[in-house]
Ligand binder design. Structure first.
Ligand code: NI
Length: 158
């Protein structure tokens, strides 16, 4: 387990498309665990591998609720329903927040950390997080989708 360095908004890697994972092996499981540690250290609700400099289609999400941690490999949104306008941030954009429109519900197909096919249905915040993290895998950032004029900089608490 290790904390990895998070790439920030100036890093061009964030604009690159991540590649599919062919085999979910120990290296991928180590990446997933490091990503969870890194997300927790910075109090994030989600992280994509590209944000730690790895161009693989791997994401983690933790809403700090009873659903636990999601570790998803090759996630694909297969169904979307409705819309929600939400406030959103990103660990690559520290202290910045904006309003974004996301689907209200999504169904995602992915592989779990053992390479088994799974389906995740998310509503509300989970749908938002899945949509945000899967966008990262395609080089899409929340600032691309933000409603104009809604970007806010919030001073970090000391
Ligand atoms: Ni993000």
């Amino acid at each position: 387990m290790a904390i990895r360095e998070i790439r920030n908004e100036q890093d061009e890697i964030l604009r690159k498309k991540s590649r599919e994972v062919e085999v979910v092996d120990d290296k991928i499981r180590e990446l997933l665990n490091d990503m969870v540690d890194t997300m927790h250290k910075y109090n994030g609700v989600g992280l994509a591998a590209v944000q730690v400099g790895v161009l693989k289609r791997v994401i983690v999400i933790d809403l700090y609720d009873d659903k636990g941690i999601y570790k998803l490999v090759n996630p694909v949104i297969v169904k979307e329903k409705g819309e929600q306008e939400c406030e959103e941030g990103c660990l690559s954009f520290p202290n910045k927040y904006a309003q974004v429109v996301r689907p209200m519900e999504v169904t995602v197909e992915a592989l779990d950390e053992n390479g088994k096919k799974i389906k995740v249905k998310g509503k509300g915040l989970l749908a938002q997080a899945l949509s945000h993290e899967i966008d990262h895998l395609n080089g899409v950032l929340f600032v691309d989708k933000m409603l104009p004029g809604t970007m806010q900089y919030v001073e970090p608490e000391k």
